[in-house]
Write a protein that binds this ligand. Structure first.
Ligand code: HEC
Length: 139
């Protein structure tokens, strides 16, 4: 192999790597969630509580922002490495289609690339706080 060929190969590889990192692979939207009935109707004890939303913001920053993004668009720094799009919390249509209990299930139990938070967020008040914060992101 002469130097020119080697140079071309290195250049092609560099270009490929650059493009692969600049344009993340196409993300799929997840299948509809199958949520057990006992979760759907779960009552939010801190509904409409401003303190809960404020607390939830800190929980979100610690556990959720890396994937779901600063404003809930699903564009956090870790999101680009996921096969499934994390969803858009600002989408009014999504917000209106789910109950608080369903958000609880998706946030705390999770599935596949959405992590389980039963262990990391063991406290009920903290769980409802992050859910109330997610609710506050609706546009
Ligand atoms: C490692 C990245 C990651 C982190 C961290 C993460 N999520 Fe997710 N989340 C996802 C992905 C990916 C999905 C889509 C999963 C699917 O549809 O199978 C998702 C989906 C969701 C959904 C459903 C969205 C929809 O459109 O149906 C909710 C609600 C949610 N996450 C809440 C949270 C909360 C609250 C936290 C923090 C406690 C959190 N997530 C942390 C990756 C993450």
């Amino acid at each position: 192999m002469n130097t020119k060929t080697l140079y071309s190969i290195v250049l092609a590889f560099a270009a490929f790597t650059f493009l692969a990192f600049t344009f993340p692979q196409d993300q799929q939207k997840g299948e509809p969630w199958k949520i057990p009935a006992e979760y759907k109707t779960k009552v939010n004890p801190d509904k409409g509580d401003a303190e809960s939303v404020k607390f939830g913001k800190t929980v979100y920053a610690k556990h959720c922002r890396s994937c779901h993004g600063n404003t809930g668009l699903g564009d956090g720094p870790k999101a680009r490495n996921l096969k499934t799009h994390p969803g858009d919390f600002t989408d009014a249509q999504w917000q209106d289609s789910v109950t608080d209990g369903e958000i609880y299930y998706m946030s705390v139990i999770g599935r596949d690339e959405m992590p389980n938070y039963e262990g990391k967020i063991p406290d009920e008040e903290e769980r409802w706080a992050v859910i109330n914060y997610v609710r506050s992101l609706k546009k």
